[in-house]
Design a protein. Structure first.
Lengths: 294, 354
């Protein structure tokens, strides 16, 4: 029972971080119908920016994460404005391939600058753990998870309350009509991509604090984002949070009771099952499933 | 969004086709045979090329031929039908592992294992095809990706059969070898045969009833169904054919490599390369995948040889540029340039940009 409780807590903590990794991916997919294969690379870039700031200035990762977010927001905005916007109306696999090229560029750029070695940001507190009634809770993961949940909730309220948020949602639903209402779709798309990249950068800074990272991790995070976005479904801002927590729990439980790398097989099996049974995802709106490809 | 998206898939402007009356009589009768004649000459040329190469180059050209076969296989489903399979490598890996297991554990000869492996891959495709082909667009892409990743994990986790993460070796020398190693020169011919066979299959398909049905599905699936095409059956047939060819290539690759690992045989990069080659060449055409595979593989080899440190970096930049300038593929690009007598370099950007 204790082992079960421990793995549940660990799964929820990991799931919160994974949700933060995926929330930007899910946003971009829902609004622009673009699958960003470079999302995992953005996460890793965020980790490197935080690590670099920590090396140079000795910044605490919870402050350095603002540097990651700012850097990736600018990068994301420019990438969408100058590259992805050029092919956004082309058939499905064109944007997939474009972001795949971007992923190669970023990942190999990082390898050229920093080599492929694993790194981590060391802090005095992240690896300590609290004991709560026999269950150990690592401090770094707890802080990261709380921050991730807070960010997801903040994003939801921003999307619902602010004019910019509403403009993003409107552009996602019907771009033609949104433009007629005076929304600058090019800017809104770039802004959405920038926000998604900034969230990825934040997630990267957190992941660098609680564990190790290297350029090779990029594809892993892209894949996680995929799974979470599909599990949660598009069009519901809580979808990524729910999908992330679910994936974290499933992986943690499978890790507890199954052997070795069968954990991943379980995750992908779950993905295929959900897709076949309920293609709109667990919380998604059917609209996003029935939408034609742009 | 729907109103803006009504762009012709190939993005080609209307141009008058050459009128048949312009052509001499005998030439018109010969015309349908010309692609086959050119194909036969190309195959002979590749055989002749082999005598001019040293062994390292033989291996390089073999890889090009392998990717032509893979790109053609992906083309059947992704190009003609418009269902972008991002888990095509599942059939490649399944074909390779079937061959390795059949030869190493069951002691079958290679020439038995080769067709069996392709059939196993095709059967697997038939099983997963029915539920997965109900999904469309990105969802189909991700579901197939999930299948490929899941299959890799399963292969890793049954080490008694597959050797697990440590890989499995096909016995090629000594008493246990059911078939002796073929050697680079024979593999060159085998890959050539497979590439030519898949190309012929795609050529026949593109003029067949099924091929037209698949194209109709790509343009509008509901309309295709209304026109009397059994869409489910056509899609599953396309997937099974595609998986059969991919499994065949996987089997040859496994025997060529002798020792195979799950990480290599189920590498998602192989799928992405197939997609890339078809899209750059021209999806839904016979010639496109050949052009795409040859160009991309040659470029990749050149960069690897000359800019070892940064070759993937440059490749990434080239992919981005190619996708922006040539989203409809080289075949359509050249055709448009030929018909309109000008280079439509930025037309695609004008069509597809926001």
């Amino acid at each position: 029972m204790n082992a079960f409780l421990q793995s549940t807590v660990y799964g929820l903590l990991q799931g919160g971080l994974l949700a933060l990794v995926a929330v930007g991916f899910s946003l971009v997919w829902g609004v622009m119908n673009v699958i960003n294969l470079a999302h995992g690379a953005f996460v890793v870039v965020g980790a490197y920016v935080a690590w670099q700031l920590n090396e140079w200035l000795g910044l605490d990762p919870f402050i350095a994460m603002f540097g990651s977010m700012a850097f990736l927001f600018v990068t994301g905005y420019l990438v969408q404005r100058l590259l992805v916007n050029l092919v956004v109306n082309a058939p499905v696999f064109i944007t997939l391939l474009l972001t795949f090229g971007l992923d190669l560029l970023l990942t190999n750029g990082l390898i050229m600058i920093y080599s492929g070695n694993y790194r981590a940001i060391n802090t005095s507190y992240a690896l300590k753990s609290l004991a709560l009634g026999g269950v150990r809770v690592p401090v770094g993961r707890l802080l990261g998870c709380l921050l991730a949940v807070a960010c997801s909730l903040l994003l939801v309220s921003l999307m619902k309350r602010t004019r910019t948020g509403l403009a993003i949602a409107a552009t996602g639903m019907d771009r033609g009509a949104a433009r007629l209402m005076g929304i600058r779709a090019r800017h809104i798309y770039a802004l959405t991509f920038g926000i998604a990249a900034a969230l990825a950068g934040l997630a990267g800074a957190m992941l660098a604090t609680v564990g190790t990272f290297s350029p090779a991790d990029a594809s892993k995070y892209t894949l996680f984002s995929f799974v979470i976005a599909v599990l949660g479904g598009l069009g519901n801002m809580y979808g990524a949070l729910a999908g992330g927590l679910l994936l974290g729990l499933v992986e943690s439980w499978a890790g507890q009771y199954l052997s070795g790398t069968l954990v991943n097989a379980v995750a992908f099996g779950l993905l295929v099952l959900v897709l076949v049974a309920r293609p709109a995802g667990l919380l998604g709106r059917p609209f996003y499933e029935s939408r034609l490809e742009v | 969004m729907a109103a803006e998206s009504r762009v012709d898939v190939t993005g080609k402007p209307a141009a008058a086709p050459p009128t048949p009356a312009d052509e001499p009589d005998g030439w018109r009768r010969l015309r349908p045979a010309t692609p086959w004649a050119i194909g036969a000459i190309a195959v002979l040329a590749v055989i002749a090329l082999q005598t001019q190469l040293y062994s390292g180059q033989v291996r390089t050209v073999s890889t090009v031929l392998m990717f032509i076969a893979l790109a053609q296989s992906w083309n059947i489903l992704g190009g003609f039908t418009g269902y972008a399979s991002f888990g095509q490598v599942a059939f490649f890996g399944l074909g390779g592992y079937s061959t390795a297991v059949l030869m190493a554990k069951a002691g079958l000869s290679y020439w038995m294992a080769l067709p069996l492996s392709a059939v196993i891959a095709a059967a697997f495709a038939a099983v997963i095809g029915l539920p997965l082909l109900r999904l469309r667009g990105h969802y189909f892409a991700i579901a197939t990706l999930g299948v490929a990743e899941g299959l890799r994990e399963i292969v890793i986790n049954v080490p008694r059969l597959t050797g697990g993460g440590a890989g499995i070796s096909i016995p090629v020398v000594g008493k246990h070898a059911s078939t002796a190693y073929l050697g680079n020169d024979t593999f060159y011919i085998v890959f050539l045969v497979v590439a030519a066979a898949t190309t012929v299959l795609v050529g026949v398909l593109s003029r067949s009833r099924l091929g037209y049905g698949l194209r109709a599905i790509r343009q509008d699936e509901a309309a295709a169904a209304a026109a009397g095409i059994d869409t489910t059956r056509a899609k599953v047939t396309a997937l099974v054919l595609s998986a059969f060819c991919t499994g065949l290539v996987g089997s040859v690759y496994a025997f060529q490599q002798v020792t195979i690992y799950p990480e290599r045989l189920f590498d998602v990069q192989i799928t992405l390369l197939m997609v890339m080659m078809v899209v750059i060449g021209g999806s839904g055409t016979v010639l496109g995948p050949i052009i795409g595979a040859t160009a991309l593989q040659a470029l990749s080899e050149y960069l690897r040889a000359n800019f070892t440190e940064v070759h993937t970096f440059i490749l990434g930049a080239i992919i981005i540029a190619a996708v922006i300038i040539l989203p409809q593929g080289a075949v359509f690009f050249i055709r448009d340039a030929w018909r309109t007598r000008r280079l439509p370099l930025l037309d695609n950007v004008r069509t597809y940009r926001l």
